[in-house]
Design a binder for this molecule. Structure first.
Ligand code: PMP
Ligand code: GLN
Length: 393
């Protein structure tokens, strides 16, 4: 691992703990070694041509200058329709929807706009890497509550204890990366009740909202008392498999969205004009597209879980996302970082050690994450290679 550049005299000390992101590092390792890359979460096939054709047409039709600050109207309207159709939520596209440079910018802008220096942000660990950096950039500090296997549940008394007078918001992620956990309605109700009683905001990262298997996705904003205190975030990168386009959005009450927009204006101002046209076309596709996407990814989940189990891993089957975590101890691993750094050489596969997403590193030391948003033959080849570990490969 690249050490965090603590000694860099130029770096803002708030960011001293952050080195190169694990995703960049593992993708570079895959390129360097020619290994099968089940590390960084990006699909290896393109999304629907309805979406890409609309973006190409937008370029050809001259939509190549700055789009409006909050996003093009047709995309904001399509986001509101999509949210209404799938989640029963109602947002005014004029004031309650903001298009961002991926979900990453929506998260960063929310933290920068809503947190005051010294505020605390509660999040569950393992946490997506940009959360810790975004909290630090906002001058806030993080309080983590650990999700523990085998089902990645949390201890309610640990969560209650995390709320203090300086808690500003809960940064929630469901479906959850890297565990694949989908928070249940009962769990979300517990979180929501605490947020209401402590008068705390929620930033809800729902980028994997269409990748939920055998259960339902419940947006926390739909629970009592939550709509007025929640910013809900999603991303076309995940819904349409165009991760490089970086089109995301935030929805919520007008004053919260206006606050998020204040920071967003000075981060990127705007981005991805023609891509916004593509995503607008995609969000209006019929239910069949979204259903097929979920079913196809569920098939890949089952395929990789089977392969990993046959290879000897202890697999924690995910209810959502395109990631599966596995315990490496049955195949002789002890430390995820060591295991993942050696994996390309041992069998030609790249995975991500999830301990880098924990403050309590011991809780995740034995876990690694595999991405299954890949062609079936790629998943099969990875499983075949991983199976050689059993024979001392
Ligand atoms: N949140 C989570 C949980 C993610 O996994 C990702 C990664 N893609 C993002 C946010 C960032 O999304 P985007 O690529 O749209 O910035
Ligand atoms: N969200 C992707 C993942 O979890 C990676 C995106 C990134 O590299 N920032 O693998």
């Amino acid at each position: 691992m690249t050490p965090a550049p603590g000694a860099n005299p130029y770096l803002n000390p708030n960011l001293a703990e952050f080195g190169t992101t694990i995703f960049a590092e593992m993708s570079a390792l895959a390129v360097r070694t020619g290994a099968v890359n089940l590390g960084q979460g990006f699909p290896d096939t393109d999304g629907p041509s309805v979406v890409s054709d609309a973006a190409i047409e937008a370029i050809r039709n001259g939509h190549n200058q700055y789009p409006p600050g909050p996003g093009i109207p047709s995309l904001r309207e399509a986001i509101a329709r999509h949210r209404e159709r799938f989640r029963g939520q109602s947002f005014d596209p004029e004031t309650e929807v903001l298009v961002t440079a991926g979900a990453t910018e929506a998260i960063a802008a929310s933290l920068l706009s809503l947190c005051r220096a010294g505020d605390e942000v509660i999040t569950f660990e393992p946490y997506y890497d940009s959360y810790a950096a975004g909290i630090a950039m906002a001058g806030a500090s993080r309080r983590v509550v650990t999700l523990r296997g085998p089902d990645y549940s949390f201890d309610i008394s640990e969560l209650e204890a995390a709320f203090t007078p300086t808690t500003r918001l809960v940064l929630l992620n469901s479906p959850h990366n890297p565990t694949g956990k989908v928070f249940s309605r009962a769990e979300l109700t517990q979180i929501a009740e605490l947020c209401v009683s402590h008068d705390v905001l929620v930033v809800s990262d729902e980028v994997y909202e269409h990748l939920v298997y055998d259960t339902d996705h419940v947006p926390i904003a739909t629970l009592p008392g939550m709509a007025e205190r929640t910013v809900t975030i999603s991303s076309a990168g995940k819904i349409f498999s165009f991760t490089g386009w970086k089109i995301g959005w935030a929805c919520g009450p007008a004053d919260l969205i206006a606050a998020v927009r204040t920071s967003k204006q000075f981060l990127t101002y705007v981005s991805g004009g023609p891509f916004q046209h593509g995503v607008a076309a995609g969000l209006d596709m019929d239910d069949g597209f979204f259903d097929n996407y979920t079913v196809a990814m569920q098939g890949k989940r089952d395929r990789l879980c089977r392969g990993l189990t046959e290879a000897g891993f202890d697999v924690i089957e995910p209810q959502g996302t395109y990631f599966v975590t596995a315990d490496i101890r049955p195949v002789g691993g002890r430390d995820g970082i060591e295991f993942c750094m050696g994996l390309p050489e041992r069998c030609g596969v790249v995975a991500v050690p999830t301990q880098v997403f924990y403050d309590n590193v011991d809780a995740g030391r034995h876990l690694v994450r595999f991405a299954f948003c890949k062609r079936d033959e790629v998943l099969d080849e990875a499983a075949r290679r991983l199976a050689t570990l059993k024979s001392g490969g």
